[in-house]
Design a protein around this ligand. Sequence first.
Ligand code: CP
Ligand code: NVA
Length: 317
Amino acid sequence: MKVIKTPRHLLSIADLTPWDLNRIIELAQYLKRRYYSGERVLNVLKGYTIALLFEKPSTRTRVSMELAAVQLGMYPIVLTWSETQLGRGEPIKDTARVLSRYVDLIAARVYRHENLLELARYSSVPVVNMLSDKEHPLQAIADMLTILEVKGRLKGLKLVFVGDGRSNVAHSLIIAAAMLGINMVVASPPQLSPDKDVLDKAYEFANASGARIEVVDDPQKAVEEADVVYTDVWVSMGEEEIAEKKRQLLQGYTVTKDLLARAKHDVVFMHCLPARRGEEVTDEVIEGPQSIVWLQAENRLHAQKAVLLWLLQPKIP
Ligand code: CP
Ligand code: NVA
């Protein structure tokens, strides 16, 4: 029988301390180096199992999490919400208790963040957020790894997020930037400013790291001196009913070549993907020389291996 103890979850990026986040990024760099030196599989989590539960679509997270698990020697089980009994109304709390008795870790992508909290409350194994309407912590970790790889440092950089400031991706990014001493500006229409609780957390971390966190509504001014310009889709999964309203609000927030030209000469462009060309970003920018979106997507794999190790804490040879 499993020993029930309080597991460490990763539901928000703020579940990590800045120290943890730095260690995870370092570990990801180390794992990536080992991967490229030909060591594709490190069987440090051999015998461990993970359930990957998806309530909404995914390409990057689905593939990179499954491969991250396999490359660490784990056995992954991918579950689509609607194909489990959850789809027929079995309570989340019952599912959590049952899955915890089979697997060592549960990763879930959900519509409502509250459902993730419920899953974690009743799970006796770690629960990882693979995206909810509130946060996307795995994306932010991989993004920090990517920025470090490209810029050689994190502290003191200027990261500007243009668009929907209360998107899950923006939320996790703001907190991560604040934790690591990156100066972050969110340029969004006032109606789409980041949630207050997210900003409060970010200001708390920023006090300790020295980061400046600002929310403004003028993208033209915001991108001046930017080292990184980042955007996400205007209409997130689950927002189909308010799609038109969001598109109207976000007119003028497209990342174009002209907008990027206002930033530093060596600015890089980032996007969590999937992208909607012609909406939040032009084709020219995403396909252009400043775009690092493919590296960003690749780094999901390496960052997630580090997260799995951080959560399960095996000894690494
Ligand atoms: N960025 C990201 O999470 O992509 P997917 O929705 O394809 O997983
Ligand atoms: N904000 C987007 C991110 C996709 C990875 C969404 O939730 O659809």
